[in-house]
Design a protein around this ligand. Structure first.
Ligand SMILES: CC(C)(COP(=O)(O)OP(=O)(O)OC[C@H]1O[C@@H](n2cnc3c(N)ncnc32)[C@H](O)[C@@H]1OP(=O)(O)O)[C@@H](O)C(=O)NCCC(=O)NCCS
Length: 194
């Protein structure tokens, strides 16, 4: 295998549980969510629940997309010893590099979707994966809603640049909304014409 691995963006599924819990833990103790007192187990549980779509025809209230290394480029798990040719080789779970959690509608009436959280593993930021995840969320939300909204903490300068570069405008502020002494900036993007 040569060059950079190919990254796939797809809906989360139960085989992502392990990777989601690892990333949830990294995030909960990281510079953003630690300021919210985030619980890694609770976040991991919430993300894992979103890997299983609701039964029947019920519309999910939230959805989860993940960015993973393409299984074909990732290859099989290395066996401890060379197996006999009849032994099946179990593929290792593809490394999970990031996720985006969103609601396709219901924000500010029926016209808005909501990006609840997008995150990339710290070892993988700045390589375009967050941009690809955000574009995939926009494509999914555009089917149901005209606009996409999100909140970003006042201190998260990197995220402000990220959203600004992708066409989001800051349209308001919510002081002490989630936590005291943290102001949430409301970002908005029109995804399609009226
Ligand atoms: C914000 C985030 C999702 C962007 O994903 P990404 O894969 O790093 O983004 P891309 O590679 O597509 O684009 C890079 C841009 O992201 C922004 N960015 C934000 N945090 C960054 C970080 N820790 N490292 C690198 N870029 C970051 C910058 O604007 C950067 O552009 P710049 O190099 O011109 O400054 C990601 O950095 C992340 O997970 N951050 C921590 C969690 C977070 O803040 N989520 C947003 C909550 S509102």
């Amino acid at each position: 295998m040569t060059g950079r691995p190919r990254i796939v963006i797809r809906p989360a599924c139960p085989s992502d549980h392990g990777g989601l819990r690892v990333l949830a833990s990294e995030l909960a103790y990281g510079p953003l969510l630690s300021r919210y007192g985030s619980d890694p187990h609770k976040l991991g549980d919430e993300l894992c629940q979103l890997c299983t779509p609701p039964a029947g025809s019920a519309t999910p209230t939230e959805s989860l997309l993940v960015a993973v290394v393409d299984a074909q480029h990732h290859g099989p798990a290395a066996p401890a010893a060379a197996p006999p040719s009849s032994t099946p080789v179990t593929p290792a779970p593809a490394p999970l590099l990031g996720f985006a959690r969103y609601a396709q509608s219901g924000m500010f009436g029926s016209l808005g979707g909501y990006l609840k959280l997008i995150a990339i593993a710290a070892s993988h930021t700045g390589q375009g994966t967050g941009s690809r995840l955000l574009a995939a969320v926009e494509d999914a939300v555009r089917i149901h809603s005209r606009d996409l909204f999100l909140l970003a903490s006042h201190f998260n300068d990197g995220a402000h640049r990220f959203y600004g570069r992708h066409g989001y405008q800051e349209v308001g502020r919510l002081p002490d909304y989630v936590r005291t002494e943290i102001t949430e900036l409301i970002f908005w993007k029109r995804l399609r014409p009226k």
